[in-house]
Design a protein around this ligand. Sequence first.
Ligand SMILES: Nc1ncnc2c1ncn2[C@@H]1O[C@H](COP(=O)(O)OP(=O)(O)OP(=O)(O)O)[C@@H](O)[C@H]1O
Ligand SMILES: [Mg+2]
Length: 267
Amino acid sequence: MERIQSALAKARAARDRKMQGAKPGSKSQVETGPWQDLAEVTLDPKALERNRVIAHNPGQNAASFDLMRTNLIRALRTNGWSRVAITSPTQGCGKSTVALNLALSLARMSDTRVLLVELDLRHPTQLSLMGLPQGQDFAAMLATGRVDYSQIRRVGQNLAFAVNSRPLASPAELLSAARTADMIDEIEAKLRPDVMLFDMSPMLANDDAIAFLDQVDCALMVAAADETTVTEVDRCGKDLAKRTQVLGVVLNKCRHMEQEEGRTYPE
Ligand SMILES: Nc1ncnc2c1ncn2[C@@H]1O[C@H](COP(=O)(O)OP(=O)(O)OP(=O)(O)O)[C@@H](O)[C@H]1O
Ligand SMILES: [Mg+2]
């Protein structure tokens, strides 16, 4: 465990050194600079509703995501972290839905800038969850080795997203490439998000998520009630804990619970 802590601290320190080298500028400079220059889009409310995306509006429906957001922000601030992987043991547990809801809940805090990055490259769904037309292709940009900010869009003042239109058959090499890590660092240095959420592949299906976990500070595991087994949670938790800090398990798809108990976020 101590070895992981020290490896994470080293990786973080290396990133911080790179950031300082990048002369990122203060937050107020960014507000009138690179962040504002991102193309702005409007999410489709009907698509959001259809896809269980509810956290853009405050209220009872968003309460569980707001609680998750508050616990997350506290953990990030306490540790000086910003990068969060959202993964699950197997496919279909609700990672992408949780990632987008959490991003929208975070973005309702006007002093918090959020960048949602879709890195489940075999199965990109964020554009359709948001009800936006195909077109953006962040993975194709990563493959070119050059950051192109037209591949990052903005919703309102403090939520930006980097997502994909087409699936990639075998993305682990791209996800583990040093150049990919450099490009993510470059984007972070320029946009200075307070939180970067990475919508990742399922851990037990392939090595895609593992290929990128060195680049994050911590991870949330999404498990589906009635679908995910205890053994899967255990295997996924152990695999994650070898590579990053596991913040907690989000229990999703809870049909048998009261609505307000539907998701949990143990500390
Ligand atoms: N809380 C929930 N209750 C019921 N269904 C849900 C819930 N959250 C997500 N779903 C549904 O489960 C399906 C999978 O959700 P989602 O795409 O977010 O999961 P995922 O883990 O990202 O899947 P994949 O591994 O295929 O990318 C979708 O049809 C989604 O609408
Ligand atoms: Mg997904």
